[in-house]
Design a protein around this ligand. Structure first.
Ligand code: DON
Length: 325
């Protein structure tokens, strides 16, 4: 089903357009991810935002037609899916919900804390474990399930960007190491190469900023799809996803992001950010019943977050008093 969004107040859309241009120059302070060759070719100056509310109200600004890959934003989606496939106790036995303060691809805690359980599903180790436990007897089946779950959220067909997948598959030495380590300590439910294929394909799913905003809206709305009027995932899982986004979603900048922006959010090295604004948080915004925010700005900082994207999101959240705290 296609969902038609309508515009909110004219001056609010105008503000968004101006804010995008105000923050676009900050992309110079970052760089496109270079460890994934296909991402290095993106235009670092791009910046886009989409905000969607539960009554289909929408504001967009910047390079909104641009397509990009989900990268680590996919980690929230597969975590939700694994909870639905296996139930919470099973998932939580295999991946914890504690922030690390380390980089997203760090291996150190898998050995320094026994029994080697990954700290949370928002870092690579935890996400590889989560992908290994998804329902499906082959990587193809698991990826098809992820795609179909996402398609139910965004209301259109999605696909894996094969070039980005191949690019990463061939350079995935660190992720392979993580997966072998997880396998050795019993935290992988399927063979290493299968878990990696699912994980890297979910990272390479292609979206635009409005797709991201829809994902954010559904998480904000506790799994209930306001247009389709169905519960896509359980409320309890949505609450957990939001808590994980607040504590671990922006990698080792999650503390500062919570302190100075105050929204559940998840970033990816493609420059994607999804934020979920719950409905009690935004009485002064044009989205009093909450909203989802999607941002794309491929120039990222050393930690892996979009430089201009984070600044733009902070400005929007400040202007419209969206903090959850
Ligand atoms: O596994 C990786 O390194 C990438 N596919 C995803 C990492 C990512 O997005 C971390 N983000 N900041």
């Amino acid at each position: 089903m296609r969902i038609h969004h309508h515009q909110v107040e004219h001056h609010d859309s105008q503000s968004i357009g101006q804010w995008v241009e105000q923050f676009r120059p900050f992309s110079k302070e970052g760089k496109c991810a270079s460890y994934i060759p296909a991402l290095a070719q993106k235009d670092p100056q791009q910046l886009a935002i989409s905000i969607i509310g539960p009554n289909s109200e929408q504001i967009v600004g910047g390079d909104v037609t641009e397509l990009f890959t989900l990268q680590s934003v996919s980690k929230v989606v597969t975590f939700i899916l694994a909870c639905m496939d296996r139930g919470l106790p099973y998932v939580l036995e295999r991946v914890d919900v504690e922030p690390t303060g380390d980089t997203f691809n760090s291996i150190i805690r898998l050995e320094s804390h026994q029994p080697g359980k990954p700290f949370n599903p928002m870092i690579n180790a935890g996400a590889i474990t989560v992908s290994s436990m998804l329902d499906g007897s082959s990587p193809q089946e698991k990826v098809a399930k992820i795609l179909s779950f996402l398609e139910q959220m965004v209301g259109k067909q999605l696909k894996v960007n094969e070039e980005v997948f191949q690019s990463e598959w061939q350079t995935a030495n660190r992720n392979r190491s993580l997966a072998y380590y997880l396998m050795d300590s019993g935290f992988l439910d399927c063979p290493v190469e299968e878990a990696l294929e699912v994980y890297l394909k979910q990272c390479a799913i292609e979206v635009n900023v409005s797709d991201l905003a829809m994902i954010g809206l559904l998480i904000a709305n506790d799994g209930y799809h306001p247009q389709r009027k169905i519960q896509l995932f359980p409320k309890q899982v949505a609450k957990l996803a939001k808590a994980l986004m607040v504590t671990c979603g922006m990698y080792n900048a999650s503390g500062k992001f919570a302190a100075f922006i105050g929204l559940p959010a998840k970033s990816g090295v493609s420059g994607a950010i999804v934020a979920a604004v719950p409905n009690h948080a935004s009485l002064e915004s044009p989205f009093p019943a909450g909203c989802g925010i999607g941002i794309y700005g491929p120039a990222i900082d050393d930690i892996g977050n979009s430089v201009a994207g984070v600044k733009l999101l902070k400005h929007v959240a400040d202007e419209w008093n969206m903090t959850i705290f």
